[in-house]
Design a protein around this ligand. Sequence first.
Ligand code: T5A
Length: 210
Amino acid sequence: MRAGRFITLEGIEGAGKSTVARIVCDWLEARSIPVRLTREPGGTPLAERVRRVVLERGDEGLSPVTETLLMFSARGIHVENLIRPSLARGEWVVCDRFTDATRAYQGSGRGVDAQWIEGLASAVHRDLVPDCTLLLDLPPTVGLARARRRSGLAADRFEAEAEAFFHKVRAGYLELARREPHRIRVIDAAAELVGVERQVVHVLEGLLEP
Ligand code: T5A
């Protein structure tokens, strides 16, 4: 049996990752491709518990290093129990965020050492690299307005950050895309949803080509 493909979605808050993830799954299912939709941090019951710890706004602080370790703890659980088994069964895995999020948020956003992050990545998921990453790119003012309109006062630890933080995260993502243009495909996510969908489908069609 042919192993499935691993597709990840990245971008700042409110970029439309969850919306596009659904579009990707529907498009694949319409072509009879078995697909598993998941997210990070989280994706399995245990990893979702780590997600609550890392996203909750509480009285106790989390240093950037501790935050990074929690992201990779959740990722290890997710990779071992969901991502690898699904791929081995031949399913395509569509994942809302993966290690590029750690590179952009903890690395570029919080200043955590990039080489240390790469060391953790190789310890936690070795050779597992997405076949394709859709980077939904848009200005932070637009993304944050969308996210805050939806979350309101329930903003998590990241949504509560100042806009300057998301400029750094966005720049980090764009630098990753510049370095790996074949894997990371930049989508103009400020466009209307129908335009975003058109760009995404174009990339998916390329993935299905023999
Ligand atoms: N994190 C995560 C790290 O710091 N390091 C890591 O390693 C990982 C894995 C949680 C947080 O964790 C951090 C990053 C995050 O801050 P999350 O659950 O993915 O990650 O949370 P968010 O990014 O906050 O997810 P959001 O739900 O805010 O954003 P989405 O999924 O990008 O956006 P979506 O699809 O929910 O859309 C938001 C709103 O915009 C509308 C939608 O209908 C919705 O109302 N919308 C559009 N409106 C107009 N035009 C379009 N093109 C639209 N697309 C969507």
